[in-house]
Design a protein around this ligand. Structure first.
Ligand SMILES: [Fe+2]
Ligand SMILES: [Fe+2]
Length: 184
């Protein structure tokens, strides 16, 4: 396995764990009015969004797109599947900003129906998870077929970012989220 493919798979494994934390929070909106149940934690949901917008959106997707550019240049693999995934990257960012707008409104004290927030979060969660699955079924095969030289060329083309959650020294901003990840 090349360093490049290993990195992409690792990013997916980590993102699935973060999406599981989000899924649990989304479920808590359904039981929020029952006495004695755990309430959803907006600060934790904001951490999930910060993470996704800071790392997968800013490093993981650009790295995938650098792979697509390389495959395009060498006319290899499934170009149609790549284009569909490129479009999904845009849709994901759009969906993330929709979630962010709602969360900001709540933080500013605006009356946002919580069912609407739950639904928006749920859509975001499904889009993210389906995206990962679709990539693994389609474009990842072509990326996995690249050799070490191609892997190095592609890795050199992107600006590197350290994963702020799963690095050896994680960013303290995410302490609560890290605690949740360890409880899973
Ligand atoms: Fe992607
Ligand atoms: Fe991906």
């Amino acid at each position: 396995m090349t360093k490049l493919y290993d990195q992409l798979k690792e990013d997916h494994r980590n993102l699935v764990k973060v999406l599981d934390v989000l899924k649990r929070q989304i479920a808590l909106y359904s039981t929020r009015e029952e006495a004695g149940t755990e309430k959803p934690d907006i600060a934790l949901i904001l951490d999930v969004m910060d993470y996704i917008q800071h790392y997968p959106d800013r490093f993981h997707h650009p790295l995938e797109e650098a792979c697509f550019d390389y495959l395009d240049e060498h006319k290899r693999g499934d170009a149609v599947a790549r284009d569909a995934i490129r479009e999904e990257h845009e849709a994901l960012e759009h969906s993330a900003s929709k979630v962010r707008t709602l969360l900001n409104a709540i933080n500013l004290g605006e009356a946002v129906p919580l069912d609407r927030l739950q639904q928006t979060l749920d859509q975001f969660h499904s889009l993210q998870l389906n995206h990962l699955k679709r990539e693994e079924k389609t474009v990842f095969k072509d990326i996995n077929a690249l050799d070490d030289a191609a892997s190095e060329t592609i890795l050199d083309r992107v600006e590197h970012r350290q994963d702020p959650l799963f690095a050896d020294v994680a960013n303290q901003q995410f302490n609560d989220l890290i605690r949740q990840l360890m409880q899973q």
